[in-house]
Structures are given as structure tokens and as C-alpha cells.
Design a protein around this ligand. Structure first.
Ligand SMILES: Cc1ncc(COP(=O)(O)O)c(C=O)c1O
Length: 393
């Protein structure tokens, strides 16, 4: 109920603080299963200073429009694309919806229900996109390490196929699909290929720089049409900050709509949202400029070192194991004796905010920058106890 008379600022804060006591805080080193983290302080400063700016009206906010272009160029640099066409978005979900829209609009001649093919490990926002856009999502098999299987994918191509979706950094296990092989298939069949690098986009380029792993996952693969990558995950920008880049302008045009009542630069929009916070874009720009490649490399290195801390603890517990050797700072933990559901219930009782994945049934750890070795050790102390206590029937 809206109160008749306004409360004082003090009263508002006191009530709000009371309500927010139930929120987890990243500053405690938890949660250990979230893809968000504490934004870099320079991003928070810029965000608060620019809170009223509207990226849906780029004619009014011409400076912000320029900053958005520079953000797209910087992300293009990370994704191996010199001349990117693209837009910032509210996050991975919006980017996937827009990428699917671009694929659908590029294949308008299809007579039947349009179909997108994707390994079954795609994020649920791909299901959401298909649902919203009237597209049939055809899910295909994965190999033993949960990478999309190109042969299984190719077999599902029909005259109704309008595109292929893949992932570089899957939500559950951080796995990377064989984008090069799938890129060849996309080229052979002249199909748009989208790579969802919402998480991996700010990790994989730095794994390469650090000499940890070399994966071709973005525009360096010829068949790739579009890549999404989220500054508000490993990019350390405040929420909401996503991005979608296209190799070709024609695809960008497919998601661009006239907004007749607005002027100049604002007269078209390429996002689902109309009014949207320019503050998040400006903050993304500030964080990226401030950290540079070197800063991100250091962050990824620290996350990978902490992933090692978690793996070392895991190795000491004979009843737990990683579902696959971690590819990045995400670990899916399988339990051989005690069920995952029981472990989750008990860990939640101990105050941990848990996340699981269905197949393979695992406890999911995401070693974000706020997750330090201390938090991990505390987590494993509890996990060891819970996972080795066989419950009485
Ligand atoms: C691979 C992948 N894609 C897309 C998304 C959706 O991102 P958002 O929650 O920012 O919309 C996620 C979220 O975890 C993800 O892991």
C-alpha cells in the first residue's frame, strides 16, 4: 500500500535496510554461485553520476551515444572484430533474443515454422527467445565433456533452419562448444551462427593472454555472425550491461526499428527496451578504460587461481568430483554418495545460497572476483561435512 504521506529519508532508509537484511552480499565473499559480482568502484561512481541519462534517446544524449560506440569497439577488440556493428543491451537474455530476431529476419523466405538448432547446453534465455519469437528450438547432443556435438547438430538441419546457437562458457559448466567446427557447418549451409559468450566473453581472451588455454570462439572463426558478451558478468560493470555484436551491418539492420516520434540519432532503436539506462553503458566504458587488458588479465588470473583452490579442496573429498575438468572459473560438482538435493538443503540451512544444474546433476560454483580463498575454504568446510554425512532413511 502506498502511504498517504511521505516518510522521511531516515525512515525510508531504516525500513529499506531492514528489508534488505535478507539479501546476500558479495562483500562477504558469497554467494559462490552467481555470475554477478561487485562492480568496479569506478563503474559505480560513473553509474550514480549519470543515473538520469537515457540511452533510448541518443539524439538528446549524443555524448552517451558516442561512448556506446566506443564500448562496442572495445568489446569488438576482445572478440577479434575490427569493425563491429552492434548495441549494448540489458544483458545476456536480451542479446540472445535480439540475435535470434536477426536470424529470423534474415531468413524471412522460410515457409514453415522457423527452427534454430542449438546444443542442449544453451542458456534458458535461448528457450525464452524462441518462445517469444515463434521459433522452434531444436536441441542437439553433447559429447562426454558437454561440448556441442557438430555431427548431431548438422543432422538436424532442415529447409526450415534459420540459424545455429552455440555457447562459449556454458552456464552450468563453463564449457566452450567447438565453434570452429560448427562455424564450418554454418558456412556450408549459409546459416547465421550466434555465439553466446555472456560469461566467457570477458574470460576466454584473457585465458589466451595468460597462456592458460587457447580457444577460437568469436569472430576469428569465419562462420560466426554474432557474439553476445556481458560487461555485467566478468566485465565488472554494474547491472544492466550486456552487448551484442555483428560482423555485418545487414544483421544489425534486421534488429533496428524506426521510432517515428524521436529525432535524429534517436529515431531508430536496436534494443528491446526503449528507455534504458545510459549510466550502465558509461560505467562499462569507464571500467574497461580503467582496467585495460592488463587489469582484466589480472582479474581472470586471480579467479583461475581461486578455481585451483576449490579444485584442491575437492580432490581431498573422495565423495565429490568435478563433472569435467574446469575450462574456466566455473565448477560443476558431482556427489557420489549423498544426493545433490540433500546437500543443497543442508548447505542452505548453513546460510549458503546454492545453485545446481540438472544434467549432469551438480552443485555449481562460479568463482567470481568477490569469491576469495577464505570464502571457498569456509564453503568446503561445510560442504565436506554435509557431503560425507549419509542421511538416515
Ligand atoms: C551463457 C549465458 N547466456 C545468457 C545468460 C543470461 O544473462 P542475463 O541474466 O544477463 O540476462 C546467462 C546468465 O547466466 C548465461 O550464463
Amino acid at each position: 500500500m502506498l502511504n498517504e504521506q511521505g516518510l522521511s529519508e531516515e525512515q525510508v532508509f531504516s525500513r529499506l535496510n531492514e528489508l534488505l537484511k535478507n539479501d546476500a552480499t558479495y562483500r562477504s565473499g558469497h554467494p559462490v554461485a552467481s555470475m554477478s559480482t561487485i562492480p568496479h568502484s569506478i563503474g559505480s561512481k560513473v553509474f550514480f553520476k549519470t543515473i538520469e541519462k537515457n540511452a533510448g534517446r541518443l539524439h538528446t544524449f549524443k555524448g552517451s551515444a558516442q561512448v556506446e560506440r566506443e564500448v562496442i569497439e572495445m568489446i569488438g577488440d576482445l572478440l577479434s572484430l575490427d569493425e563491429p556493428y552492434g548495441t549494448t543491451t540489458s544483458g545476456g537474455t536480451e542479446s540472445n533474443i535480439l540475435a535470434m530476431l536477426a536470424a529470423r529476419e534474415s531468413k524471412r523466405k522460410i515457409k514453415g515454422t522457423p527452427e534454430i538448432i542449438a546444443p542442449k547446453t544453451v542458456h534458458s534465455s535461448v528457450d525464452k527467445a524462441a518462445w517469444l519469437l515463434g521459433i522452434k528450438l531444436v536441441k542437439t547432443g553433447v559429447d562426454k565433456e558437454f561440448r556441442g556435438n557438430p555431427t548431431s547438430l548438422e543432422k538436424k538441419i532442415t529447409s526450415n533452419t534459420i540459424g545455429i546457437f552455440t555457447t562459449a562458457g556454458t552456464t552450468y559448466l563453463g564449457q566452450i562448444d567447438p565453434i570452429e567446427k560448427i562455424g564450418e557447418i554454418a558456412e556450408d549451409y549459409n546459416l547465421p551462427l550466434h555465439v553466446d559468450a555472456a560469461f566467457g566473453g570477458y574470460v576466454i581472451p584473457f585465458l589466451k593472454d595468460l597462456g592458460i588455454a587457447f580457444h577460437k570462439f568469436a569472430f576469428e572463426v569465419d562462420g560466426v555472425t554474432s557474439v553476445s558478451s556481458d560487461p555485467h558478468k566478468m566485465g565488472l560493470a554494474p547491472i544492466p550491461a550486456g552487448s551484442l555484436l555483428f560482423r555485418e551491418k545487414t544483421f544489425m539492420k534486421k534488429i533496428t526499428k524506426d521510432i517515428p516520434y524521436l529525432q535524429g540519432a534517436s529515431s531508430t532503436q536496436s534494443t528491446i527496451l526503449g528507455t534504458r539506462p545510459a549510466g550502465a553503458i558509461l560505467a562499462t566504458w569507464a571500467v574497461m578504460k580503467h582496467l585495460g587488458k592488463e587489469g582484466y588479465r589480472d582479474i581472470v588470473l586471480e579467479c583461475m587461481e581461486n578455481t585451483r583452490v576449490a579444485l584442491d579442496r575437492l580432490e581431498l573429498n573422495p565423495l565429490l568430483k568435478p563433472a569435467i575438468p574446469p575450462v574456466m572459473n566455473i565448477i560443476g560438482i558431482e556427489s557420489t554418495e549423498v544426493t545433490i538435493d540433500y546437500i543443497v538443503e543442508k548447505m542452505e540451512q548453513k546460510g549458503w545460497r546454492m545453485a545446481t544444474s540438472p544434467k549432469p546433476h551438480t552443485i555449481r560454483l562460479v568463482i567470481m572476483p568477490h569469491v576469495n580463498a577464505g570464502a571457498l575454504n569456509a564453503f568446503f568446510n561445510d560442504l565436506d561435512q554435509v557431503s560425507t554425512t549419509i542421511p538416515a532413511d
